[in-house]
Write a protein that binds this ligand. Sequence first.
Ligand code: HEM
Length: 146
Amino acid sequence: VEWSDNERAIIADVWSKIDVGEIGPQTLARVLIVYPWTRRYFGAFGELSSVAVVLANRKVATHGRVVLNALDVAVRDLDNIKSAYSHLSSLHRYQLHVDPANFRLLADCLTIVIATKFGAAFSSDVQSTWHKFMAVVIAALGSRYF
Ligand code: HEM
């Protein structure tokens, strides 16, 4: 994957404005609410049966932060995302048995949360670069599946 200087600057800028402790919990909660079948992977998180309990679930919030902190690895190493995520990809495949189609769902929820937060600052340039970044992250997380 090739990144232009402008794309690198946009990703760094978006990331610098993201509060992991805010965006992470919102993103994972949104995934679990909008795509209820994803709840099946989080049996260890306790009650997830309604919107209200998903939003109030502390384990969801904590894990949302964990997921977003893992994205920091990709932001800091744009040229090596595939190798940086090789272990995480194996983990999701062989231990967690997560269907890789779910990576896109989470990425889309993250994009929605960020776009809502940024408002007009989520310009078309920012959007297309962010989508490219998400596509590379999704591919890297799926790399051990194929
Ligand atoms: C665990 C990252 C998407 C299900 C994890 C962990 C990380 C992570 C860093 C902790 C790994 C460890 O303990 O060593 C990510 C990233 C994702 C993503 C960066 C996409 C951008 C998903 C999706 C699902 C999922 C879409 C399911 C729908 C899980 C589960 C765990 C986990 C069930 C174990 C949670 C626990 O019991 O603590 N993920 N993940 N992940 N992930 Fe993902």
